[in-house]
Design a protein around this ligand. Sequence first.
Ligand code: HAM
Length: 423
Amino acid sequence: MSNPIQAIRGMNDQLPDDLTCWQYLEQVASVVFKQFGYYEIRIPVVEKTELFARSIGQVTDIVEKEMYTFQDRNGDQLSLRPEATAGVVRAMLQHGLLHNAIQRVWYAGPMFRHERPQKGRYRQFHQIGVEAYGMAEADLDVEVISMTSQLWRKLGLTGVKLEINTLGSPESRVEYRDALVKYFQANRDSLDADSLRRLESNPLRILDSKDKAVIELNRVAPDIFDYLDSASREHFERVRLLLERLGIGYIRNPNLVRGLDYYSHTVFEWKTDKLGAQNAICGGGRYDGLVEKLGGRPTPAAGFAIGVERLIELLRIEQRCQNRERTDIYIVQTSESALEMGLSLAMKIRDVGISVISNIGSTGFKSQLKKADRSGAQLALIIGENELQTNSVTVKQLDSGKQFSVSTEKLLTEISSFLEQAE
Ligand code: HAM
């Protein structure tokens, strides 16, 4: 036997037991999004590399070193999507959905980043996110934040904390950038290699550094708030006011700058202290310039994406995931004619919404019952020669071992009421 092939590092299988919690999360999220008037959109996993370079930014970690980029057989430069915001804007533009219309959409699916895999950080991971277009008011920033807040509440999550910041308008950021560069240049000696590189290319990202000395420097770095023009300041003040009115607690983190270049004004992250280093379960913000940058008319926009693996882990820790639902019934049939009766009964039972596994293979009664036990089903329906002759079925409760006989006419009512009581 040759060695079995393994999955790629950082790309995980989601096994049936894991998926109960995933499906629960997806279901609750889709209900919350619908309640806010958002509709689902599905976009391809592969896009032209240029789309991501133009939107996320050339000098970001994602575009510089994390994208899965390749040339296809036509020689086109393509990438697996590292996130979905760029692709959603591309799709909305391509289908003319942004002209004179307010749009609210949500999506879910796999994203790909070639990061160093560790707990909570994977190379294929999943996001659930929303994007909204055509509303410049701070009310939209608060709408998307309140969607997440509502989702945490519905999921019964506690202990997630909201951090917000503003990146102001592009104009106010120019002045701020200059002040930051001056400050960091005066403290060059404390900067690590990565921050020195960023000093030239993307100085705001130094604020996000994990280096100890740089963290110290960042504590007293210039604050963007002091460089905001009055419109940007008013926008941020309104976000804060509305959050307070809604009772959504937050802290302002002046060093929150996000790892993607398309943001302006409000940015936010939800963090938890229960997941170790990868503590952000959701990130987002406003990105008013992106639609224009990708060839559309200026269109204000905001959104967020939740990291599904991290949120699932948190749900597990807080014991908010349900167990896998059991299959209702396993049919044991001990002869060819019993099999025929069993198959047709199984169809009728499924028609009324009850789940049924029909035994396949071994005909021995004992081995079939063993399989029924192992399947996790609640009831076994046993059809043997006796049952065929009396037009009945033996119903066995697999947990207690109790069994009784039911005529085939009464079978549906009997098992329905048993399963209802068992719920
Ligand atoms: P992001 O902060 O890059 O934003 O990703 C959002 C969330 O995805 C993170 O908070 C984290 O939970 C999860 N995540 C990111 N990378 C990984 C990884 N390697 N492994 C596991 N989870 C990960 C965006 O992607 C923006 N598109 C969000 C957005 C939407 N902004 C506006 N609209």
